[in-house]
Design a protein around this ligand. Structure first.
Ligand SMILES: [Zn+2]
Length: 197
């Protein structure tokens, strides 16, 4: 949520909202900037994945533990919206609001559809779409809409490739129907009413 890490020299003067420096042997520094102070740094000796904040997290989307079959199995019996399901860090990490909207559009799945009522084949398409959208966004340095910066302190250029996100009222790239916005789980979701079922 708007915090960022950037790589700089340890003796660079801090900017507003810079809170933590991790100084490396090379003299470089990983500097943490956090305007809204949602971030936390903890000193923890045992393996990191055993910490309370991490141990219940789902797999990384770009790891081998993540698949359509995994999503399908975890979704059985769930009546909540599929968009909330894929944004739940206990299911899978790293799928934020922008990338959830984009992946559901690419997979042709309506964001409000009940997670437990989506077929295994459609979850295969969704898992592939999540991996695809994240991989492309990483190559573009992320998505800057307002204040996001990547680890070089620069904006990301994926926003110009977004298919539905923040395109309310604009024509769907596949069918020309106006893209709609709907609030699901308190977050704005963008989708095509014709292409997504
Ligand atoms: Zn469409």
């Amino acid at each position: 949520m708007s915090g960022s890490l950037r790589i700089c020299n340890a003796d660079d003067a801090p900017r507003k909202h810079d809170h933590v420096d991790i100084v490396l042997d090379s003299g470089k520094c990983v500097r943490f900037n956090d305007p809204r102070r949602f971030g936390v740094f903890l000193w923890w000796e045992p393996p990191a994945e055993q910490h309370e904040l991490l141990r219940y997290l789902g797999p990384e989307p770009l790891s081998g533990r993540f698949s359509g079959d995994y999503l399908w199995r975890r979704s059985r019996g769930r009546r909540g919206a599929v968009k909330n399901f894929i944004m739940d860090g206990k299911i899978v990490v790293g799928v934020g609001n922008i990338y959830a909207s984009e992946a559901l559009y690419m997979a042709g799945i309506h964001p409000a559809r009940a997670a437990g009522r989506i077929s295994a084949a459609r979850y295969e398409a969704l898992a592939a779409a999540i991996r695809d959208v994240l991989s492309r966004a990483i190559r573009r340095g992320g998505t800057t809409l307002r204040d996001y910066v990547n680890s070089n302190g620069n904006p990301g250029y994926f926003a110009r490739e977004l298919l539905v996100y923040e395109r309310e009222g604009k024509p769907c790239f596949q069918c020309q129907a106006p893209v709609r916005r709907k609030v699901i789980g308190q977050r704005s979701s963008y989708y095509c009413p014709r292409c997504q079922r």
